[in-house]
Design a protein around this ligand. Structure first.
Ligand SMILES: Nc1nc2c(ncn2[C@@H]2O[C@H](COP(=O)(O)OP(=O)(O)OP(=O)(O)O)[C@@H](O)[C@H]2O)c(=O)[nH]1
Ligand SMILES: [Mg+2]
Length: 271
């Protein structure tokens, strides 16, 4: 039987990482499914993913013909998840920069939020083995996003996230064209500006040990333009629309209880 949480991992040349990653995810105390979205990796990651999927029913694989960027891979994964019954849908890199042991904390926080973001920078800096230039770029990008768009998030370029189903349903996924940093910022901004509830959980981010980074200058430029686009799309507003209650939140259930109590009272009064 499928679980109600799905972890989506895009892969491009991750053959050293994938088997260990799958093992770690499968041995978590919470049960989750995993979708590997592989872009025809020349190192054979796709074939390896198929072998893992044949052994473990929790593992699913999507093959895409050409390398088309992390953003497109996630969007295809989201559409796949929404066609099924998943309530919690996570993004997790396949290079161990995101520690799979954090998954239960994301799922717990998602009980009270529409979107949960892993943060490397709230209450300290938790990044291992990055050159200083990369850290400055990442933290600088975060400041830039906050300054221009007003998005009150400590790590808006991070890619370890958990979406509630309705947060993804609120997006026009086919209209999202960005990749990399920009992709992460765009999704979060579009969910935040609708007034949905966002939570942050602290994570430790470690640079990859195996394989190589797909980071490029293009990714940085794309993000620089994207924040302005988002600001204009939102009518130059730097705040969200009226807050909507988070799916399954305590406040939400309290509101429902109040409503039911009110209805009961009304019936009593009428009789
Ligand atoms: N399917 C697919 N996966 C990708 C693509 N580009 C990157 N990935 C995967 O997305 C995840 C994150 O990619 P990384 O290369 O680590 O990129 P990054 O995390 O932005 O950069 P680094 O911090 O330098 O590692 C990894 O699991 C990659 O294998 C792509 O074009 N297609
Ligand atoms: Mg990485």
């Amino acid at each position: 039987m499928p679980h109600d949480a799905l972890v989506i991992t895009p892969t491009y040349n991750e053959k050293e990482n994938l088997p260990k990653l799958v093992q770690r995810v499968l041995s978590l105390p919470v049960k989750v499914d995993m979708l590997i979205v592989d872009d025809n990796s020349p190192d054979g990651t796709g074939k390896l993913a198929d072998e893992l999927s044949a052994k473990h029913p929790e593992i699913h694989v999507m093959h895409r013909k050409v390398k088309n960027g992390l953003g497109r891979a996630y969007c295809d994964g989201f559409l796949w998840a929404l066609e099924r019954d998943y309530e919690f849908i996570m993004e997790m890199d396949g290079d161990f920069s995101h520690n799979p042991d954090d998954i239960p904390r994301f799922l717990e926080a998602a009980e009270e939020a529409d979107l949960v973001l892993g943060t490397r920078y709230k209450n300290g800096i938790r990044v291992i083995n990055w050159p200083l230039s990369r850290l400055i770029l990442s933290m600088g990008a975060g400041m830039y996003v906050r300054m221009i768009t007003g998005l009150p998030i400590s790590d808006p370029t991070g890619g370890y996230k958990c979406f509630r189903r309705r947060a993804l349903e609120s997006l026009d996924i086919n209209a999202i064209k960005s990749n990399g940093y920009s992709f992460q910022i765009e999704l979060t901004h579009k969910i935040w500006r609708q007034g949905m509830r966002i939570a942050e959980v602290p994570i430790v981010f470690a640079d990859r040990e195996h394989g190589c980074s797909k980071m490029s200058g293009h990714i940085v430029w794309e993000a620089i333009w994207m924040v302005w686009r988002l600001l204009f799309q939102h009518g130059l507003r730097r705040w969200p629309k009226k807050r909507v209650e988070a799916a399954g939140s305590k406040a939400d259930s309290a509101a429902k209880e109040n409503k039911t109590a009110g209805e009961k009272q009304e019936k009593k009064d009428r009789s």
